[in-house]
Design a protein. Structure first.
Length: 241
């Protein structure tokens, strides 16, 4: 469904991606893992059309994507869930979801339909539709961020750091929702510091180091690659001290 070929990307004069090849098949969940600053978010930016690579190809459903604007890429079915807090704290849950669907423009009926469909996935948000987002817990706000991504009816969801700073129970609830999205046919690229979790959810994984893909294959196989995963685990442990 999505194919990146030989992507070379720069920030100014600094090269951060070196010949990256990456593929996501229909309905697949792919984990994109790596150390800090390896280039994971940059890959997501390239897919979303926010960062134009210097060379390489991106195709989605067989069509080239690099000439498309970010809104057009969303309309074609690729939605990126932002890392960190992705809600407007002063607005209600409902208003946040309306903004999530702003690309529907004048098609208010479609937007309303998608908001109601989203509430079926997130009954907790339906109950709180009039609550100001900033008054909810961190986990509930992350739930709302995920719900906002769903409003645009994605075929491919790019998720940057779902679990960061959240309690395990909250993360479990979010993962359960991702699995249900996936049952509805939504493919995903999952970037997460929480390696065990990402490898549990994804069937296939990539490991990136300093802008180069060092591993691609079944998640099960990456679980055994201590030589690669060690650097991520070590960093996680030092962060916890
Ligand atoms: P992290 O887990 O820390 O977010 P990452 O794998 O997502 O890491 P990227 O955010 O893609 O890494 O960053 C790749 C490299 O590009 C890093 O060296 C980073 O410092 C650099 N970088 C990221 N964004 C910019 C930017 N806007 N301008 C310049 N350099 C950037």
């Amino acid at each position: 469904m999505l194919e990146l070929t030989k992507i070379e990307a720069f920030y100014g004069p600094i090269q951060v991606l070196f010949g990256v090849d990456l593929e996501v098949k229909e309905n697949e969940i792919v984990a994109l893992l790596g150390t800090n600053g390896a280039g994971k978010t940059t890959i997501l930016r390239v897919i979303s059309g926010i960062l134009r690579p210097k060379s390489g190809e991106v195709t989605f459903k067989g069509e080239p994507l690099l000439e498309q604007t970010p809104p057009e890429i969303v309309r074609r079915g690729i939605v990126q869930m932002p890392g960190g807090r992705g809600v407007f704290p002063g607005m209600t849950v409902y208003e946040n979801l309306e903004i999530g669907g702003f690309l529907y423009g004048k098609d208010k009926a479609r937007r309303k339909h998608m908001i109601e469909k989203t509430f079926e996935f997130f009954p907790m948000l339906a109950e709180r539709r009039r609550q100001v987002a900033g008054s909810m817990s961190g986990g509930q706000q992350q739930m709302l961020t995920l719900a906002k991504s769903f409003i645009m009816d994605p075929d491919l969801l790019l998720i940057d750091e779902l679990s960061l700073g959240l309690a395990p129970k909250v993360v479990d609830d979010l993962i359960e929702i991702l699995r249900r999205f996936n049952e509805q046919g939504v493919a995903m690229v999952l970037v997460d510091q929480h390696v065990d979790l990402a490898l549990e959810v994804a069937s296939r994984a990539y490991f990136i180091e300093r802008g180069e893909i060092r591993f691609s294959g079944p998640s099960e196989d990456l679980k055994g690659r201590d030589d690669l995963l060690r650097s991520v685990f070590l960093r996680g442990e030092s962060a916890a001290v």
